[in-house]
Design a protein around this ligand. Structure first.
Ligand code: HEM
Length: 455
């Protein structure tokens, strides 16, 4: 391992890291996931050879020739099908080896969220390799997709089994109406300076080959040439029952203001993105737009009991910031790099009855340690309340709903909001490996060698 990768002042090897890890998306953004099943592993070399020239690194991201990008991820089963050596496969993190479906009980993906109900394939029923395409317009997305698809689809033995179109409107509002994509950690080495309030994380939390929050170098399976500059993506397709969410707000509020207040208490931010912490009793859209202010808040000193931002609200659970200073939890070990995109049509404003359409959020969590990052947050903070002395209560918006649930608020007076409903349902999920570009080249050589040994 070169020394340059071990110090805290390391520069990230941007030209080797797939772009989606570090770079934001265009706004508006039009994307798609194409999921392939590998039926014939002998095609694997041609598959990788064809893919490589089309991938975009984080270095190329800012000035793309065609304002469209493509990245590739593999499931553990996909790598096995491709012919990766069994010893390397066995060295992957357990959660990646097992796949997300096998972890469903632990993650709280039960009832209507259980794997038997999923519509998006997972590793055990065909999700072996996926392309993620991003573009600034639908036309550019289709053009880039045609390139990627052509590279793969003519190959016998590789079958396109699922396509999901995703995107984000210029308003950046997800289906429940909240502005998303405001918070992301500042990664040491990414360039620039952190914004006020931005969590600063060492690169090894999100990219393999660099120092992490435990002061160690994050490593992967097999030789460093394979995993360096790669990472894991914990992907979730989450249905949102928008009509149910709207009816819940209406039924638990006396007027429009009370509805917006309740929505903000559930999220921890007003729908514009304005943090409750900065503006406890009214939305301030201008504040939400100001990157110098919209993340500049902590909880420990100013709001220890959750009187302003409820302890149970989505953003406070998903990232308690300094709020757990007195507990054994170390929030720095559970920081997530999120890429959320919407899928499905918007339910027209004001409509309170469901139209039967599938809509929701595709969340790609980028993390070097899926068990202690995504899985910890999902199982201990989203789907449990012990860490905030709230027993087995869960996230008011996305928590599991296999038992009655409520949450505590202090405005307009201290009370519990009861009858939380199943506002979201998991439609699929998988832990995936996203290699660096030289890792992909190493994989290609490795597979060539294994095939020649077999011949
Ligand atoms: C349908 C599902 C979901 C919706 C609609 C949703 C929506 C949002 C919104 C609107 C924000 C505030 C904007 C921002 O801070 O960027 C947010 C923040 C966040 N969400 Fe979610 N989210 C969903 C699922 C999840 C899941 C499954 C996780 C992780 C297990 C998660 C983790 C986070 C984190 C870490 C933050 C940042 C909190 C902070 O740093 O203050 N979200 N989410």
């Amino acid at each position: 391992m070169p020394d340059t990768l071990s110090g805290p002042d390391v520069a990230l090897e941007l030209d080797d890291i797939q772009g989606t890890v570090l770079r934001g998306r265009p706004n508006p953004y039009f994307g798609a996931y194409l999921i392939f099943e590998i039926e014939d592993p002998t095609q694997s070399l041609r598959l990788l050879e064809r893919l490589l020239p089309h991938l975009t690194s984080a270095a190329d991201w800012q000035a793309p020739a065609e304002n469209a990008w493509i990245n590739v991820v593999f499931s553990h089963e996909g790598l096995r099908r491709l012919g990766l050596h069994p010893d390397i496969l066995a060295a992957f993190p357990l959660e990646v080896q097992q796949g997300m479906a096998a972890r469903s009980e632990f993650l709280g993906d039960v009832g209507r969220s259980a794997p038997r109900e999923w519509v998006m394939p997972h590793a055990l029923n065909g999700f072996h390799i996926a392309l993620h395409v991003m573009a600034g317009s639908p036309e550019l997305r289709e053009a880039k997709l045609a390139v990627g698809h052509a590279a793969l689809s003519e190959l016998p033995g590789l079958k396109l089994i699922y396509r999901l179109d995703v995107g984000m409107p210029p308003t950046k509002r997800e289906h429940f109406g909240f502005v998303d994509g405001l918070t992301r950690p500042f990664i040491v080495g990414q360039g620039g300076e952190p914004l006020p309030g931005q969590t600063v994380s060492p690169p090894g939390e999100f990219v393999l080959g660099y120092h992490n929050a435990k002061g160690e170098i994050s490593t992967g399976a097999g030789p460093s040439e394979f995993w360096r500059n790669g990472t894991y993506v914990s992907l979730r397709m989450i249905y949102q029952d928008v009509a149910l969410f709207r009816r819940f707000l209406r039924d638990n509020s006396d007027d429009d203001y009370a509805q917006e207040l309740l929505a903000a208490q559930m999220m921890g931010r007003w729908r514009s993105g304005c943090p409750m912490h900065q503006s406890p009793d009214r939305d301030q859209p201008e504040l939400a737009k100001d990157p110098l202010k919209n993340n500049d808040f902590l909880y420990y000193d100013s709001d220890p009991q959750g009187r302003i931002t409820p302890l149970g609200s989505h953003i406070r659970r998903a990232n308690p910031r300094d709020g757990l200073k007195d507990s054994i939890s170390d929030a720095d070990l559970h920081v997530l790099l999120r890429r959320g995109s919407a899928y499905g049509p918007v339910l027209p404003e004001g409509q309170l009855e469901d139209d039967g359409m599938d809509r929701g959020l595709v969340l790609a969590v980028i993390n070097a340690f899926p068990a202690r990052q995504f899985e910890f947050v999902q199982s201990q903070w989203i789907n449990n309340g012990d860490f905030i002395a709230q027993g087995d209560r869960t996230d008011p918006i996305i928590g599991r709903r296999d038992r009655a649930d409520d949450f505590l608020v202090y405005q307009p007076h201290r009370h519990r909001v009861c009858g939380l409903a199943e506002f979201t349902i998991l439609r699929g999920g998988e832990h995936l490996f996203l290699p660096g570009l030289s890792g992909l080249r190493w994989l290609l050589d490795h597979l060539r060698q294994r095939q020649s040994e077999d011949a």
